[in-house]
Design a protein around this ligand. Structure first.
Ligand code: ADP
Ligand code: MG
Length: 368
């Protein structure tokens, strides 16, 4: 059975690369690393109920398991090449495996990543992907290069994935809530329809309601469309691979935002021996997040919510124009959100430069 499942995965993840001398099927894969390049390696596990709500579509789990790893490669400025996939499944569910592999392959093909091996075991649903890539020697973007006076930037928008998690909280009692955020104009989390809200469902039902008529229906339509977009950010994060490549030689430090901006920027500060100041008003949030939550909640989601997989990077202010241009070329928006200062804390400042106290600094698996 195990070999049947492996065959189904291999058939769906068919992307071939000439640098794979021996792929799936032997005891280990044989790979050619291009001369002059360093091999970049990372691994991340997704556990059902912790990293994705139980009930997440198998295609989305497959996509996300690879995406979070490609995001780590992106944060190093690396070019992805290969991946290994260790799957732990409750049972030999061929249909689940096929759908999972389809989601994985969709993203793998977009980034020309070849699946070169893995493992299948029986147990509670969990997925571990190891991603491998290349970078020219000594050009990786590490966490340790931030210097006092540098500027802090972030790609794209923050908080969407955590916003989606809020929307799902009522439906997924078993999923530990990451943050007690509430929706716009409400004093408790917004209840969702019992059947849930995949993007397609949301659009379809929004269309029906809007056709029913009136301003109220239109506003509901806008909100549901926004919800669908937030859910897509949670389920199908887009790793910022092109942005990472564009930042080589320009950024002094970089990290991907997986646990929340404050937590992840905190890692950069710790590794670099510096502090940081973030301007709350500069935080980029999507129009969809703003449509669903009030301004303060948007800010808190952007600061503490995880799972966005944007890049937070540090660079000398003098390089801002050049970097913004390069990122635009890579199809990626970027916002300057603060500066590196001496010290060791990440502080959030309001428009009057007064510090804002933020309760929760990000997701931890083993909170003290
Ligand atoms: P071994 O017992 O030598 O570890 P396996 O029977 O686990 O070998 O795997 C056989 C081949 O299938 C190996 O090349 C392995 O890398 C590959 N493989 C196993 N599971 C997966 C998977 N989930 N995805 C991709 N390749 C896999
Ligand atoms: Mg094995």
């Amino acid at each position: 059975m195990e070999f049947d499942l492996i065959a189904r995965i291999r058939d769906r993840c068919a992307h071939q690369r000439s640098d794979v001398a021996l792929g799936i099927g032997d005891d280990a894969a044989l790979l050619d690393v291009p001369p002059g390049q360093q091999l970049v390696a990372c691994t991340d596990t997704l556990v059902a109920g912790v990293h994705f709500p139980s009930g997440t579509a198998p295609e989305d789990i497959g996509w996300k398991a690879l995406a979070v790893n490609l995001s780590d490669l992106a944060a190093m400025g690396a070019e992805p090449a290969w991946a290994l996939l260790a799957l732990t499944l409750p049972d030999a569910d061929a249909q689940f495996v096929e759908r999972f592999a389809d989601g994985f392959a969709t993203l793998a093909n977009q980034h020309a990543v070849a699946l070169i091996g893995g493992d299948i075991t029986q147990g509670p649903l969990s997925v571990t992907v190891t991603a491998l890539g290349f970078i020219p020697r000594d050009s990786a973007l590490t966490r340790g290069g931030a210097r006092v006076g540098d500027a802090v930037f972030v790609t794209g928008t923050l908080g969407d994935a955590a916003g989606a998690l809020c929307l799902l909280q009522d439906l997924q009692e078993s999923h530990p809530p990451r943050s007690p955020f509430v929706r716009k104009g409400e004093d408790k989390p917004h209840p969702l329809p019992a059947e849930g809200r995949s993007g397609a469902n949301a659009r379809a039902s929004a269309g029906r309601e809007a056709a029913g008529g009136g301003v109220a229906a239109f506003r509901q339509h806008v909100r549901e469309d926004a919800d669908a977009s937030l859910l897509a950010r949670l389920n199908r994060p887009e790793p910022r691979v092109a942005a990472g490549l564009a930042l080589r030689g320009g950024a002094s430090a970089c990290i991907d935002v997986s646990d929340g901006l404050l937590a992840d920027l905190g890692h950069v500060c710790a590794a670099s021996g510096v502090g940081a100041e973030i301007e709350a008003d500069a935080l980029p949030v999507s129009s969809q997040l703003a449509a669903s939550f009030d301004a303060q909640t948007c800010r808190d989601l952007a600061l503490s919510g995880g799972d966005d997989y944007e890049l937070c990077f540090i660079a000398p202010l003098a390089r801002e124009t050049e970097i913004v241009e390069k990122l635009a070329h890579a199809g990626c928006g970027v916002t300057r959100i603060g500066r590196i200062v001496s010290g060791s804390n990440v502080r959030v400042l309001d428009a009057n430069a007064n510090e804002i106290e933020i309760a929760r600094a990000g997701w931890e698996h083993f909170p003290r």
